[in-house]
Design a protein around this ligand. Structure first.
Ligand SMILES: Nc1ncnc2c1ncn2[C@@H]1O[C@H](COP(=O)(O)OP(=O)(O)OP(=O)(O)O)[C@@H](O)[C@H]1O
Ligand SMILES: [Mg+2]
Length: 263
């Protein structure tokens, strides 16, 4: 074989007709991130699963970190340890677990959950945040993108320059509207009975946007129904209640010291 024949023996280096898209060219384009649909190549089947459970996969790690970050930003790192099995009966671990199962199943089928909301009212210190943190911890482990935020913190973040770091008000809304599951802690708390027009508008926007998009939300609150209705309005609250589990978490204030402080 002479030199010319030897060079021609490498098929992918053979002179190609101008404009011919060979497998080799396609491979180079694919590696470079080109949009192959422009060349009539069908898109590969959807490879992004709806749930990410295996934390060795970067997307799964990112979702898990999103949850952990939101708990840290709420200064609730110590609530990351709670699981359903740690809860007491009055914290309704079975209701929370059953609801989570239905959310995971709905997500797997790209369906809207049948029950969109979980409302956990109860007295101060009864264990509401703990119960909902357990829900978030378990949901995050099952591959959902979960966020936790106190209602008043959300309202602060929605003000100009109110967000942490350089997070814009727009990004704050997007983050909480788009989460698969949002835990909105202390709904309508610290409002001294008077919600501003801003608080009302922002809360309605958040709850309504999530409801319209079929994204479930869990609420905890120290208030009774009337206090919530004053902020959300009767119409939206009825829509929230229309598809909701009510998990009343009542009991002694777990933070009360055994011997009251004398001061
Ligand atoms: N099942 C449990 N077993 C032991 N300790 C618990 C349990 N649930 C909650 N606690 C503890 O009780 C304390 C109060 O719980 P938590 O913060 O959940 O109450 P809360 O109802 O959210 O209170 P608040 O009304 O002030 O928001 C926390 O220190 C928490 O660790
Ligand atoms: Mg709480």
């Amino acid at each position: 074989m002479n030199i010319l024949e030897a060079q021609h023996g490498v098929p992918e280096r053979e002179p190609q007709r101008l404009g011919e898209v060979t497998d080799r060219v396609l491979e180079v384009l694919r590696r470079g991130g080109a949009d192959l649909s422009q060349l009539g190549v069908p898109a590969p089947p959807e490879s992004d699963p709806l749930l990410w459970e295996d934390v060795s996969i970067p997307q799964a790690r990112a979702r898990k970190n999103a949850w952990i970050t939101s708990m840290r930003e709420a200064a609730h790192d110590d609530y990351l340890k709670w699981r359903f099995t740690d809860l007491d009966a009055n914290q309704h671990p079975n209701v929370l677990g059953g609801w989570l199962d239905s959310l995971v199943e709905a997500k797997q089928h790209k369906a809207r959950p049948a029950t969109m909301h979980l409302i956990a009212p109860g007295n101060i210190g009864s264990g509401k945040t703990t119960a909902l943190a357990a829900l978030g911890n378990e949901a995050s482990e099952r591959g959902l993108l979960v966020r936790f935020i106190k209602h008043t913190t959300y309202l602060t973040w929605r003000r100009p320059d109110g967000g942490p770091g350089d997070m814009t008000a727009y990004a704050a809304r997007k983050r909480h509207v788009e989460a698969d599951l949002l835990i909105l802690d202390e709904l309508c708390g610290e409002m001294d009975g008077v919600a501003t027009e801003f608080a009302r508008r922002e809360t309605i926007d958040l709850v309504d946007s999530r409801l319209s998009a079929g994204r479930p939300t869990a609420f905890s609150t120290n208030l009774r129904r009337d206090g919530i209705a004053a902020v959300l309005g009767e119409r939206l609250l009825s829509r929230v209640e229309d598809r909701a589990f009510l998990a009343k978490i009542q009991g002694p204030d777990r933070r009360t010291p055994r011997t009251p402080l004398d001061w």
